[in-house]
Design a protein around this ligand. Sequence first.
Ligand SMILES: Cc1cc2nc3c(=O)[nH]c(=O)nc-3n(C[C@H](O)[C@H](O)[C@H](O)COP(=O)(O)OP(=O)(O)OC[C@H]3O[C@@H](n4cnc5c(N)ncnc54)[C@H](O)[C@@H]3O)c2cc1C
Length: 335
Amino acid sequence: MSLSSSPTSSPSVLVVGSGIAGLACARALHDNGVSVRVVDRGRVVGGRLATKRVDDRPADIGARYFTVPEGSGFTSVVEDWVARGLARPWTTTFDVFSADGTRQSKSGPMRYAAPGGLRSLATDLADRLRRDGVTIDQEHTVEGVSDEGVVAGIQYDNVVLAMPDPQARRMLGPDSAPAQSLHRAEEWEPTLSVVATWPARHWPADLHGAFVNGSSVLDFVADDGDRRGDGAAVLVAHTTAEFARKHLDGPENAVGEVVDALRTLLAIDEPPSSTLVHRWSLARPKTSHAASYLVDGHLAVCGDSWGDRSAVATAWESGTALGTALAPIESRSRS
Ligand SMILES: Cc1cc2nc3c(=O)[nH]c(=O)nc-3n(C[C@H](O)[C@H](O)[C@H](O)COP(=O)(O)OP(=O)(O)OC[C@H]3O[C@@H](n4cnc5c(N)ncnc54)[C@H](O)[C@@H]3O)c2cc1C
């Protein structure tokens, strides 16, 4: 469906994208008294915070986990999720498999996961916005936006493109000034996510997750049962960008090779009872922008490439910073 039905009185800002950046931007705008509408082409909110039901159980097929940078405004959002049981501290320790097959433990920051799958966190942000009167429309594809902020004949004060740069570029005219500052598709990396389910667990109980070095196929493996906390015998493998690039036209044909690599890595004798593959053509940017967001006239862009490194927290911070910047100065000082 295209964006054709307009509310009688148009909101000031249209946020295109209901990933975590778009939802955070809408929250900051709303909290600063700016009327905002959110649209997304997807059936559900969340974007790359993606969870799919496999054998009637949610499995995370997008972001593997998230971290909370010290001093970030994201901290209070995460504390609230944890207090309500929506998010949980998962682990500080992952394994690292070397090319020669040796396994080592490596500690790092706390990685958070969600018992209901990471998408449930985006759903929570969206539900709260809806309760506050913000309209969020799914299955609304925005085909184009003019430099003057017009979408499907409606003029907005600002149109926010909260998404990967190449997706934002597609909506802007080739001569549009902001498009020149955005990365092209070649500057983003793809990956395939393969969910594999077994009747019983066949891998070390303390696995949590593992970075895989020296593999042409595997980049990371997550124990989804451990991550979600239900102990289900489910692994999610993320492939290297090079491997994904070769299989973007037929990801189903890649599943056998990914499962073989997984079984070899973890010495699993049995084949999985079910598998599912998801293709991410634009999983993460190769490089990030130094700024937290872009504002150019009526157009603005935010998302995970606007900040230190591509991550859920970066996307939230980028969206929040942009929403605050677009609000009138008087309301910013009130909030
Ligand atoms: C496989 C994978 C693993 C990852 N692992 C991690 C991890 O471990 N830790 C971490 O912190 N991050 C991880 N990430 C990155 C993390 O998922 C992202 O940084 C974050 O979710 C990005 O949010 P966003 O809102 O910027 O973009 P997105 O979530 O991509 O949201 C963009 C939205 O825009 C919508 N959209 C696009 N074009 C249009 C259009 N024309 N009209 C309407 N809507 C449109 C899309 O449908 C989408 O919902 C991972 C990502 C992937 C893919």
